[in-house]
Design a protein around this ligand. Structure first.
Ligand SMILES: NC(=O)c1ccc[n+]([C@@H]2O[C@H](COP(=O)([O-])OP(=O)(O)OC[C@H]3O[C@@H](n4cnc5c(N)ncnc54)[C@H](OP(=O)(O)O)[C@@H]3O)[C@@H](O)[C@H]2O)c1
Length: 364
């Protein structure tokens, strides 16, 4: 690699690092970082996007300028926006700054931008270099990109199981399969998500809290998906002081008389079928980039079948639940041949004390 190319990569990696400082806070917006060098290649400013409504990375970098940027260059991991949102378009700032070159890692998949920002920069005579550190930038904003392209939220399915592959006894009892370390990791990694989804049966049986225990404020939205609406009048999820709750019900099967059991502090939304895709789309419309499915086998299977799941996180504990009728993490996909089974892609494994945590992505 030439020295010059190495230095471009170094600055783009810096922009990507800055972007990652917005982890867990930028949704529905992407994570973006920007670096500005003067005409001699010296760092004169940097910035990142922290939260929707707050300045974009490029704007923050221009606000922090220590020196004139005229003739200089900029590194940014996502195409600068060219539309008026909650904040003004960033391309205008880039153009008026007198910057000569801009290195952009990836195009913005948002239809309002999607190449138009790059076009405006080129028309203004700025040299645009696209594609530096593309793989890292795609990974960083995979949930935002997924939502923009599919109009569905990026879904992660999580379960905790014994070494013999069981998630609960046949009577539904499942507290606790994994150790304290794994459970506390689950609380903190919930902060990566905009919403956490369970089905009505998990609510009835487990009465979970579904919070990060304070590691994210506001807490992710807690979502209950029900076909029957037969939910209890007392539930931990009905206390919305610490985290908001949304009940989504299938209006074609639910008994709406049960609505009176749900307190007014809980938001309720109806959809027209029990297809999990509708939840994913509803949440995407609300600006959720990334959602965590913490449901049991029936809803989890339906969510996989409707392409709502992009990765799985399984915690495996060295315990044996046994029993033909104790619960599996997933139901039947009716596969008849081995070539029909679902083969996951890249996996990462970590140890949580004696438990194993494996994270696997679905192949695109
Ligand atoms: N170890 C673990 O990681 C883990 C995690 C989660 C759950 N669990 C265990 O799993 C058990 C519950 O399993 P479950 O499969 O009944 O899970 P669930 O998470 O309650 O999902 C099933 C429920 O979702 C609703 N639903 C809406 N649309 C659906 C669809 N298309 N397909 C299926 N369900 C739909 C229904 O609620 P309504 O009945 O209200 O209509 C249904 O009863 C509990 O015993 C719980 O302890 C274990």
């Amino acid at each position: 690699m030439s020295e010059k190319k190495g230095s471009h990569i170094k600055w783009m990696k810096r922009a990507i690092f800055l972007a990652s400082l917005g982890e867990n806070t930028t949704s529905p917006n992407p994570k973006v970082g920007a670096v500005i060098l003067d005409k001699n290649g010296n760092l004169i400013s940097e910035g990142f996007h922290f939260k929707a409504g707050m300045p974009h990375a490029e704007a923050m970098a221009f606000n922090n300028l220590k020196k004139d940027a005229k003739g200089g260059s900029m590194y940014v991991n996502l195409e600068p926006c060219c539309h008026q949102g909650k904040t003004p378009p960033c391309v205008n700032k880039v153009i008026s700054s007198g910057i000569r070159k801009i290195y952009i890692s990836i195009q913005d998949p948002d239809k309002r931008v999607s190449g138009k920002g790059i076009k405006l920069l080129k028309e203004a005579g700025i040299q645009v270099h696209l594609g530096l550190c593309e793989r890292e930038s795609l990974e960083l904003n995979k949930a935002f990109i997924h939502r923009n392209i599919t109009k569905k939220a990026f879904g992660t399915l999580k379960w905790a199981m014994s070494i013999d592959g069981r998630i609960a006894l046949k009577n539904g009892k499942s507290k606790w399969i994994t150790n304290e370390k794994s459970r506390s990791l689950v609380h903190s990694f919930r902060a990566e998500f905009d919403a956490i989804i369970i089905g009505g049966n998990t609510l009835r049986r487990d009465n979970p809290l579904l919070t990060t225990r304070g590691s994210k404020i506001p807490e992710p939205l807690r979502v209950v998906f029900t076909k029957s609406l037969d939910l209890p009048s007392r539930s931990n999820l009905w206390d919305c002081n610490k985290a908001k709750t949304l009940v989504i019900y299938d209006s074609s099967t639910a008994n709406e008389n049960y609505l009176k059991r749900i307190p007014k502090s809980v938001e309720v939304e109806k959809i027209s079928s029990d297809n999990p895709e509708l939840i994913s789309k509803t949440l995407a419309k609300r600006g959720c980039n990334k959602v965590l499915w913490e449901c049991g086998p029936r809803l989890a299977t339906a969510a996989i079948q409707s392409n709502c799941i992009q990765e799985i996180i399984a915690f495996i504990a060295p315990k044996i639940l046994g029993g033909e009728n104790s619960m599996n993490p997933l139901g039947d996909f009716e596969f008849e041949e081995m070539h029909e089974i679902i083969k996951l892609g890249e996996s990462r494994v970590s140890l949580m004390g004696n438990d194993i945590c494996i994270k696997s992505s679905f192949k695109n």
